[in-house]
Write a protein that binds this ligand. Structure first.
Ligand code: HEM
Length: 165
């Protein structure tokens, strides 16, 4: 039984369930390793769109096609690993905060997919729709990333504590 004070029996039951990461390589959780790519690429795409807006150089349109595409693909890959953690680990699955992060992250993945899709369909869409989607994507990257951090640092979810000294 947990020793946390001031909680009811249901909260204590939740606290007793395991929350360690299961999708890991050599003791390193894959989701935590993978999320850096979509975070960096989504925000880089906003920067690239701003460069295009200021310079009008079509080079930046081609750069944003690649950065937005890889932002989406790496976010989808990270989302698959995150979903596996969510469904496989009981202590993660029964926490409301995990599902809040999943909803924010899936909204982010949808925005990133749309941002890539409109550029694939018509590169002239970069201004203004692409730029606006990059801005929205950066806001959701911040929301999902910050909330993911809360899962780890506030709830202690997804850690693998080594037994080495
Ligand atoms: C359906 C999609 C997703 C689900 C279900 C999900 C689920 C989770 C879970 C369960 C954790 C706790 C740590 C773990 O068990 O690995 C976590 C952490 C985290 N997630 Fe996600 N995630 C998803 C997508 C994303 C995406 C697209 C991002 C990118 C912004 C992201 C950013 C983070 C961050 C930054 C952490 C904290 C990692 C750390 O500091 O160790 N997640 N996520």
């Amino acid at each position: 039984m947990s020793e946390v004070q001031g909680t009811g029996p249901i909260i204590e039951e939740v606290l007793d369930e395991p929350v360690q990461s299961t999708v890991a390589v050599a003791g390193h959780p894959l989701h935590a390793m993978g999320v850096h790519f979509p975070i960096a690429l989504a925000i880089a795409t906003l920067g690239v769109d701003l460069f295009y807006w200021f310079t009008g150089d079509p080079f930046w349109v081609r750069v944003s096609l690649w950065s937005s595409g890889f932002a989406f693909l790496t976010a989808a890959a990270a989302g698959l690993v995150g979903t596996a953690e969510l469904l496989l680990v009981k202590g993660i699955r029964i926490r409301v905060a995990s599902w809040t992060h999943a909803v924010a992250a899936m909204t982010l993945i949808a925005i990133l997919g749309l941002n890539w899709g409109i550029r694939m369909a018509d590169q002239a869409q970069v201004l203004p729709h692409g730029l606006l989607l990059s801005f929205l994507g950066s806001i959701f990257t911040g929301l999902a990333g910050w909330h993911g951090g809360k899962l780890v640092f506030d709830h202690g979810i997804g850690l693998i504590v080594s037994d080495k000294e």
